[in-house]
Design a protein around this ligand. Structure first.
Ligand code: BES
Ligand code: MN
Ligand code: ZN
Length: 538
């Protein structure tokens, strides 16, 4: 079934989407900060500054030097995330001033702004304050581009306020929601740039929240069918083409690796295909985003131990992030064709589940010995990658909570990157530098290939205990058929253990913003110079 959904509203960018968890409104006002009528005015301070200048200096002066005094007394240091609330007692129009620390100036960047913006709005929410005005962090002596500052403020605020409360029947904390943030900038040209940044930042943050919501949903709700519905919604809101394939169709196409995983559950599997035609005249200018959509990973017959298994509701984070990235791409409209392919199924140990030792055949004809049914992500991705290649995609990025080994290797600070194309790997890492999502490359040396050699099939799906993330990636590499390819293992980064900066406990939305940024960057740098070989005829 293929449908092209019409965008609901012409001004899609500004329409408020169904975002359950943040009803936050952000706007810009060209005004003088001292005279602004607000419950809280947010100013800032770099670490080490003894006598604040700029907007903070003006406020300090109007308040008779109280900020300088607090710095002198060591109560304000200006460290990142530090928040100091001062009541103004009628000396200026704002009832309170909040001094937000920016850290040292040499470490200051947009990522600091995202973090500070998040900490500030969470702090105000805890205090029961529902609206505030803020200066645009970094636009003064920080030297930041006003648009980027506006974008970072919006991203930080939306993402930092996020809560997943769908199943809480009574509100756990009695405090108000934080509802309204005004960025104050007296210069009209700058204010306009800040506003453009706020619009973009809100768009990308809301899409990250789409992914967070999907990942946080329990697996009895977020089934493969519900993932398909979520993708349908993105398609109809953004005017993307969508096609959902069912088990029978996938079997006919020869997706034996994917179907081997899907045979253990009664839940119908879905291959979700979203299409954004941003450069229809040049079909070779394309990007494929491939997502692992295991809506629950029990391990299958190679059953996982019970401790912590509930976290495996998030094993569809790759798929969710690809769907959410398409939500952004449909709005930012880069000049590139983007195909999203999400392989969605449960990995259950049902009566017809596949067994260790089974051999499956993927869409490209290659055979895989299933040593461990818990190494299911690479099996479903194998067929999804083949499908994207068959559709003529020449640059592939797959996203998956693929290996526990990734969490051991890099922890939760950065996503592991592997790939066969140095340029695309670098472009991905560079896109991450802009979004603040961190990536680190792992090697794909030929020596590791021995790990997945099988006696009975072309390869086996588990390489044992050594280099677990790399051996998984080496299996995927067998299915990209000469295309430029990058693999992102988000097993560690797709969730957070705690609230920190703009992250909250639970799903993070990583790497939604980077995928969308990569599409923009690739669109701007044009189609790849050399074609990397054609799809193999079947
Ligand atoms: N979904 C898991 C990987 C995972 C583990 C993600 C922890 C997030 C947190 C994946 O399907 C899996 O089970 N991988 C196995 C592979 C092994 C059997 C070769 C693993 O990492 O143990
Ligand atoms: Mn598994
Ligand atoms: Zn898994």
């Amino acid at each position: 079934m293929t449908t092209t959904a019409k965008p609901k509203a012409a001004k899609a960018k500004k329409s408020t989407k169904a975002v359950k968890s943040t009803g936050l409104k952000i706007d810009v006002q060209s005004a003088d900060i001292i005279g602004i009528d607000t419950p809280a005015l947010v100013v800032n301070l770099f670490r080490g500054v003894k006598k604040p200048g700029g907007a903070t200096g003006a406020v300090d002066k109007a308040l008779g030097g109280v900020i300088t005094q607090l710095i002198e007394d060591g109560e304000i240091k200006g460290s990142t995330g530090e928040t100091t609330l001062i009541h103004t007692l009628g000396k200026i129009k704002p009832s309170r001033v909040l001094v937000a620390g920016l850290g040292t100036q040499d470490k200051f960047d947009v990522q600091v702004v995202r973090r500070v913006s998040a900490e500030v709005v969470r702090f105000l929410r805890r205090k029961g304050i529902s609206s505030a005005a803020t200066i645009a962090h970094g636009v003064g002596i920080g030297g930041l581009d006003p648009q980027l500052s506006g974008q970072a403020i919006a991203e930080g605020a939306h993402l930092g306020l996020y809560k997943f409360g769908t199943y809480l029947t009574k509100n756990s904390d009695s405090t108000n929601e934080f509802e309204h943030l005004t960025v104050v900038e007296s210069d009209k040209t700058r204010a306009k740039a800040i506003d453009a940044g706020i619009q973009l930042g809100s768009t990308v943050a809301k899409a990250s929240i789409t992914a967070r919501n999907m990942v946080n949903e329990p697996a009895n709700h977020m089934t493969p069918s519900r993932m398909a519905e979520a993708a349908q919604k993105v398609a109809s809101d953004q005017g993307l083409k969508i096609e959902i394939m069912e088990n029978a169709q996938m079997k006919n196409m020869g997706m034996g690796a994917f179907m081997g995983v899907a045979q253990g559950t009664d839940e119908p599997a879905k291959l979700i295909v979203l299409r954004y035609d941003g450069d229809p005249e040049s079909p070779e200018n394309n990007l494929g985003l491939i997502g692992k959509g295991i809506t629950f990973d029990t391990g299958g017959i190679s059953l996982k131990p019970p401790g912590g298994m509930e976290a495996m509701k998030g094993d569809m984070a790759g798929g969710a992030s690809v769907i959410a990235a398409m939500e952004i791409i449909g709005q930012t409209k880069p000049k590139i064709n983007v195909l999203a392919v999400i392989a969605a199924t449960e990995n259950m140990p049902g009566a017809s589940a596949q067994r260790p030792g089974d051999v499956v055949r993927a869409m490209n004809g290659k055979t895989i010995e299933v040593i461990n049914t818990d190494a299911e992500g690479r099996l479903v991705l194998a067929d999804a990658l083949c499908y994207a290649r068959e559709q003529g995609i020449t640059r592939l990025v797959d996203v998956a909570t693929l290996t526990g080994a990734m969490v051991t290797t890099l922890g939760k600070a950065c996503t592991g990157v592997m790939g066969n194309d140095g340029q695309l790997v670098q472009q991905t890492i560079d896109a991450g530098k802009k979004t603040g999502e961190k990536f680190w490359e792992l090697p794909m040396f030929d020596e590791y290939k021995d790990l997945i050699k099988s006696d009975v099939a072309d390869m086996k799906n588990s390489g044992g205990r050594q280099a677990g993330s790399i051996s998984a990636a080496l299996l995927l590499a067998e299915f990209v058929d000469g295309a430029a390819w990058v693999h992102l293992d988000i097993a560690g980064t797709s969730t957070s253990d705690k609230a920190a900066g703009y992250l909250v406990k639970g799903a993070t939305g990583v790497p939604v913003r980077t995928l969308a940024q990569l599409a923009t960057d690739l669109a701007e740098s044009g189609a790849p110079k050399k074609s990397r070989g054609k799809t193999k005829a079947k």
